[in-house]
Ligand binder design. Structure first.
Ligand code: AMP
Length: 284
């Protein structure tokens, strides 16, 4: 596996391999890999001749007071895991090479960013879209793989690609969970043993919501109030948002339909965790 750390070098690597007729898939990440990341890498490998994983803790997608400085990092472990997955290139630039001058340009996707994380984290998706746009321009992948764990991010990137006519196919991957249901996340590292238990309230809420739907409940307010009550039984869990939205427009709904997405963000201690489910889908 090749480790590349500058934008110029990854751009010329891409030109060289495209000239040889090879296709490229990209998995954008912030590192501190877990099984979720590794599954995305496997999917990327199956899609194209060559796969690139980018590892970049993108400063412009973090707001003031967020966890940019303490975001978990372990480059040697990440490099070895990516290599074991058979990835061709790990692109791990320093912030100074990605943003040699303050970035005065931002890509902004409206509407889809109005609710959920977009409402809680102003500017977050502008930072995400801007860095993903830079990665697409540098690497020009035919495929880019994103997890449904960050459902709103996936929807926003898909819309950006379509609005800006990028020739890249955005492929999604289901949420990968621990055996007890907790969605895998690099941020789970922040959780103490007791917080780890509290964190199960997210996947429990999802299971309860799916059961309510199976039993015929269609009123969103009634569902959300039941879920809030369940989450509130633990003092150390604080709901940031808990919403049923249309899975395409991400606009809140009042009645559950086959297109309903339940999405939630809960702060457990100082750690912000997110999860979601399409209520009628079989697989999650
Ligand atoms: P991150 O490093 O957290 O920015 O995540 C990089 C990519 O991995 C994003 O597309 C995420 O949606 C995806 N991802 C993170 N955690 C999971 C998970 N538990 N299941 C599936 N995909 C995930």
């Amino acid at each position: 596996m090749k480790i590349i750390s500058t934008p110029a070098e990854i751009a010329s690597w891409s030109v060289e391999h495209h000239a040889a007729g090879e296709t490229i898939s990209l998995v954008p990440t912030m590192g501190f890999f877990h099984e979720g990341h590794l599954q995305l890498m496997r999917q990327a490998r199956a899609l194209a001749d060559l796969s690139v994983v980018s590892l970049f803790v993108n400063p412009i997608q973090f707001g003031p007071g967020e966890d940019l400085d303490r975001y978990p990092r372990d480059f040697p472990r990440d490099a070895s895991l990516a290599e074991q997955e058979g990835v061709e290139v790990l692109f791990a630039p320093e912030a100074g090479t990605m943003y040699p001058a303050p970035a005065l340009t931002r890509i902004q996707v409206s509407q889809l960013t109005e609710y959920l994380c977009g409402a809680d984290r102003p500017g977050h998706f502008d930072g995400v879209c801007t860095v993903v746009a830079k990665l697409f321009n540098l690497i020009k992948p035919e495929y880019a793989v994103f997890g449904r764990k960050d459902y709103q991010q996936l929807a926003v990137i898909r819309r950006m690609v379509s609005d800006l006519n990028w020739d890249v196919l955005v492929v999604d991957h289901p949420i990968v969970r621990e055996t007890d249901g907790l969605a895998m996340s690099s941020r789970n590292k922040y959780l103490s043993i007791s917080e780890r238990q509290t964190a199960l309230c997210l996947s429990r809420a999802i299971r309860l919501a799916r059961r309510m739907v199976r039993e015929g409940l269609r009123d969103c307010a009634e569902m959300l109030s039941g879920l809030k009550k369940m989450i509130a039984t633990d003092d150390s869990a604080r709901i940031e948002y808990l919403m049923v939205v249309d899975k395409g427009s991400l606009i809140p709904q009042s009645i559950i339909t086959p297109d309903s997405l339940l999405a939630l963000a809960v702060r457990v201690g100082s750690t912000r965790l997110i999860d979601n489910t399409v209520l009628f889908d079989d697989e999650e």
